[in-house]
Design a protein around this ligand. Structure first.
Ligand SMILES: Nc1ncnc2c1ncn2[C@@H]1O[C@H](COP(=O)(O)OP(=O)(O)OP(=O)(O)O)[C@@H](O)[C@H]1O
Length: 314
């Protein structure tokens, strides 16, 4: 684990843009500015979206039942995601976090309500459009989902498959793809592991490879479903700092589900809390604390109703 800390993401060491200045987003995968060599830090949070700014993701009144006539797993969920922000999705197990994420890529059935993802209405999407939406969404998972016997570089290159179409995994990528993949590995701090088999990496390193692979897609949105659930606290902070940095610097909205409140409070711009498939809390992170989030995990009968009085739109 210490190796990962030693080779932490270079961008984390750069000077932070003051909150609210809106540092200009740069294209995903662009090389880092030189001269970043101070200790790791938490990037400053993104400014709040400008009033009236059009969200890249807009979910309104979403209801999901996995089976016709079955229970509603999501029951009237609203969620907006804007360029450059990282939003933490909280809620106890079974509250519907993964289902909400799946609805953004067409993997959960939309029973009612509206889901717009980068300009596409997911309730009317055709097969071709669905492929396009999925190609524009970078995904990061708890178990990293790397191919262990392939090199780190090849794993990152597979991120280009969606945009490049089918290619031969051995020697099938262009040199431009390879340069870009290496630049991304450099950005996430593990270019020195490019030739190593993915299975030889620590969990934190593997998650960085998964993030580089997601960036290889040139995503318009990143979904991270419990990306730090398998990592120790230090690694969790490092990975979330990296996602924060990507949101702020590349202008890519990041939706990240988490189970650890302090991580959400430290690394997100906004928090949306689900309970039994409803939004119970939705606010800017700097207005929230553990007390306000406690009802998300309160199993008292009626706790949902207590909290619902204060429900706000996400
Ligand atoms: N494919 C499916 N078919 C039927 N029910 C499902 C399916 N996927 C999830 N569910 C149900 O939907 C509910 C919400 O599950 P979901 O995985 O979205 O919750 P979660 O908040 O992500 O939980 P966790 O934190 O444990 O990952 C649960 O009751 C679950 O059993």
């Amino acid at each position: 684990m210490s190796a990962v800390v030693e080779h932490g993401p270079r961008r984390l060491a750069g000077p932070a843009a003051p909150r609210g200045t809106g540092a200009a987003p740069r294209p995903a995968g662009a090389a880092s500015p030189a001269g970043a060599a101070s200790p790791a830090r938490t990037p400053s949070l993104s400014p709040s979206p400008a009033p009236g700014a059009r969200p890249l993701v807009s979910v309104q009144g979403l209801e999901v039942s996995y089976a016709a006539g079955g229970p509603r797993v999501l029951a009237g969920v609203d969620l907006d995601l804007h360029a450059g922000e990282i939003v933490a999705l909280l809620g106890s197990s079974g509250s519907g976090k993964s289902t909400l994420m799946r609805s953004l890529t067409g993997f959960a059935p939309i029973s009612a309500g509206s889901v717009q993802v980068v300009g596409t209405d997911m309730s009317r999407v055709g097969r071709g459009q669905l492929r396009e939406v999925r190609a524009s969404v970078g995904q990061v998972f708890q178990q990293f989902n790397l191919v262990g016997r392939l090199s780190v570089l090849t794993n990152v290159l597979t991120g280009a498959l969606r945009s490049a179409g089918p290619v031969n995994l051995v020697g099938g990528f262009s040199s431009a793809h390879r340069r870009r993949a290496l630049a991304l590995l450099d950005r996430v701090g593990i270019a020195h592991k490019a030739a190593t088999q993915a299975r030889e990496l620590s969990g934190g390193q593997q998650q960085r490879v998964a993030i580089a692979r997601a960036l290889m897609q040139s995503p318009k949105l990143i979904l991270a479903d419990e990306p730090v659930a398998s990592l120790d606290p230090k690694m969790s902070h490092a990975v979330l700092s990296l996602l924060q940095e990507i949101a702020r610097e590349d202008g890519i909205p990041v939706l990240v589900s988490l189970h650890v409140l302090p991580l959400a409070l430290e690394h997100s711009d906004r928090i949306v809390g689900l309970r039994h498939g409803r939004v119970l809390v939705a606010d800017r992170t700097d207005r929230l604390d553990a007390d306000r989030l406690a009802p998300l995990y309160d199993d008292r009968p009626g706790a949902l109703l207590d909290g619902a009085e204060g429900r706000t739109a996400a």
